[in-house]
Design a protein. Sequence first.
Length: 103
Amino acid sequence: MDYQDAIKIITDFRKSRHWEKYHNLKDLALSANLEASEVLEIFQWEDEKQALTPKETAHLKEEIADTLIYLFYMCDALGMDPYAEIAKKMKINAHRHWDQDEE
């Protein structure tokens, strides 16, 4: 599935539920952040060296998908191709250096 396929699936789903009226940029940003915090919750109080169980891995994948769905809704609202924006951002990042890079 490519981005255009994904955006069609999620916008068709949204339309079938009549949720368009709730999907303004502010509320989509809040929702993306809330879903991203659910990603963090999976790791809360866990040892970073501890591998995820299959159940935790499945849960993590669901929460990442939820986060991406809201971000894709935002991309759609902005008329933005996320892959093109990632490519542009990586060109900017290629010229950036952080103090940790020096160590």
